[in-house]
Design a protein around this ligand. Sequence first.
Ligand SMILES: *[C@@H]1O[C@H](CO)[C@@H](O)[C@H](O)[C@H]1NC(C)=O
Ligand SMILES: *[C@@H]1O[C@H](CO)[C@@H](O)[C@H](O)[C@H]1NC(C)=O
Ligand SMILES: *[C@@H]1O[C@H](CO)[C@@H](O)[C@H](O)[C@H]1NC(C)=O
Ligand SMILES: *[C@@H]1O[C@H](CO)[C@@H](O)[C@H](O)[C@H]1NC(C)=O
Ligand SMILES: *[C@@H]1O[C@H](CO)[C@@H](O)[C@H](O)[C@H]1NC(C)=O
Ligand SMILES: *[C@@H]1O[C@H](CO)[C@@H](O)[C@H](O)[C@H]1NC(C)=O
Ligand SMILES: *[C@@H]1O[C@H](CO)[C@@H](O)[C@H](O)[C@H]1NC(C)=O
Ligand SMILES: *[C@@H]1O[C@H](CO)[C@@H](O)[C@H](O)[C@H]1NC(C)=O
Length: 498
Amino acid sequence: MKKDPSTSVFIFGLCMILWACNDSGADAFIGINWGRLSSQRLIPSMVVDLLLQNDIKNVRIFQQAANVMEAFYDSGIRVSLGLSNTLLDKYTNSSALGGWIDDKIITYEKVMEFGYVTVGSNPFSPKFSDKMYMNVVDVLMKMQTELNNKNRSHIKATIPTYQDVLNLTSSSRPSEVDFRADIKDEMVRYVQFLRDNNAPLMYSLFPIDHVTNNSLDLEFAFIDNNSTYRIKDINATYKNAIELLYDSLHWAMHKAGAGTVKIVIGAIGWPTDSCPGAGVANAERFYRTFLPYIASGRGTPMRPNEKIDVFLNNLADENRMIPELGAYQRHWGIYKFNGEPKFRIDFSGKGRDIFPSVAKGVTQMPNRWCVFNGNFDDPRLVEVLKVMACNASDCSSLEKGGSCEGLSYVDRVSYAFNRYFQSKGQASQSSNEKCDLAGLGKVVTDNPSKEGCEFPVEILSAEYVVEGETFGSAGERLHGWISASMGLLLLLLLWMIV
Ligand SMILES: *[C@@H]1O[C@H](CO)[C@@H](O)[C@H](O)[C@H]1NC(C)=O
Ligand SMILES: *[C@@H]1O[C@H](CO)[C@@H](O)[C@H](O)[C@H]1NC(C)=O
Ligand SMILES: *[C@@H]1O[C@H](CO)[C@@H](O)[C@H](O)[C@H]1NC(C)=O
Ligand SMILES: *[C@@H]1O[C@H](CO)[C@@H](O)[C@H](O)[C@H]1NC(C)=O
Ligand SMILES: *[C@@H]1O[C@H](CO)[C@@H](O)[C@H](O)[C@H]1NC(C)=O
Ligand SMILES: *[C@@H]1O[C@H](CO)[C@@H](O)[C@H](O)[C@H]1NC(C)=O
Ligand SMILES: *[C@@H]1O[C@H](CO)[C@@H](O)[C@H](O)[C@H]1NC(C)=O
Ligand SMILES: *[C@@H]1O[C@H](CO)[C@@H](O)[C@H](O)[C@H]1NC(C)=O
């Protein structure tokens, strides 16, 4: 009964081939968002290299600058891109949209792969911007129609949609959930169009927002089901906010006759600073259980065995994000802005206890910090802080729940001074003027960081950031630097510091 080894090798090989064919494209992907609203940025080719090292093959970008597009040439990474909210009023007709498709997709097709075309960014969520963009569904429909007309029907247009499009409350059962009444007609039109075009709905799903907004047990935000809080529905018990939010959307679509529309999670993650529950340990724990869950393809109670594609939010921190939902919006990064990972994460979903690759070729600025000279009595202090420190940089770590919340007064001022100094590329070696801050700052070479609160040294910025020309990750982020919400934040920070 001796088996011919070559037969088993052949059978094994055949199985491998069949398995590989059967498997191709069937697995859920774990992609990432690359928002770039920061003062110091990694150069695009460095980021693409980082993605490749981590074997991340799907990415969302928020701006289609030529140098960003070029970095993806022949990388094999599938790029999703689209129109920001502020462009929705410009691209209202088919010919304008056709031109956009020619410029942004067809021109690059030979050297780049494209994923989804995103139309707007959480356009029905007033929290993300100053208004709602009610023409978004029309633009979406015209965009897909133009894609189809140009024989690009394999590219699907979708609207990134935040969880607040649902009329969900803290105690709602998913089966009771529907779209918010004020936008219901538009949402119904939208999801039926997706259904008819075999396109997915892109969902921005932030479990920490759900639990903090509704004052629920923070544990409920993690998928490891450690929470004792439960929501019992018709035929399922929800033990975590992720499945609850996912199935709530499913039910709303189901009621609109579009229960078969695929849901792609366009943004999900955990902030590491500046709100209660934020932090590196919780972020690590969140991904440690969430990514294997995605890789397992288990699906949710309403959609068992559904493979869920996700884009993690975000690659790195964005210190120029306008924090509509709170200061933590600047701390979604899995990486620090210098390309070092903040915590262990296995992007493959295998749950290994590993750090991801570090960005290569980053140049750190010299180890120099700017601190307050301690002269509290100087009447120029308030003016210095107001004008120079926090609106030109990022003091969000000083906020409630932030890693630097507990600093003494003098250290808070130093923190603000240092962020300003770093964001300005440190001072010229000769004059120190950037740290002078009306004579109240001094440069030090001993690291002033305190327990748990890092005083960062930034990287040499490889790109000049044109203000008002940048799009960030989870929300709509085209902003002039000085806006009303920024003014409020500034007042808040000032109030906290002084
Ligand atoms: C379409 O939109 C573009 C850009 O907004 C505009 O220049 C053009 O006049 C519009 N065409 C028509 C036919 O409305
Ligand atoms: C799309 O494909 C059809 C059939 O293959 C062809 O007749 C048509 O010209 C193509 N249209 C464009 C815009 O390429
Ligand atoms: C937060 O809760 C309020 C009141 O229940 C609700 O109107 C709002 O949509 C919720 N926001 C989010 C992001 O869940
Ligand atoms: C959501 O809308 C549905 C359908 O109109 C309604 O039955 C349900 O009570 C609403 N839920 C809330 C919390 O308003
Ligand atoms: C948590 O419970 C849900 C059912 O609500 C189940 O689908 C999921 O797999 C569980 N997660 C873990 C990590 O056991
Ligand atoms: C589970 O929740 C309890 C509190 O309810 C907490 O003390 C414990 O650390 C949690 N377990 C994990 C693994 O985080
Ligand atoms: C749950 O209940 C709904 C409605 O009664 C039904 O359509 C669905 O198939 C059920 N799901 C499961 C997993 O039993
Ligand atoms: C800070 O904001 C104020 C207005 O809010 C502006 O006048 C000032 O120029 C800003 N300072 C810097 C350094 O950007």
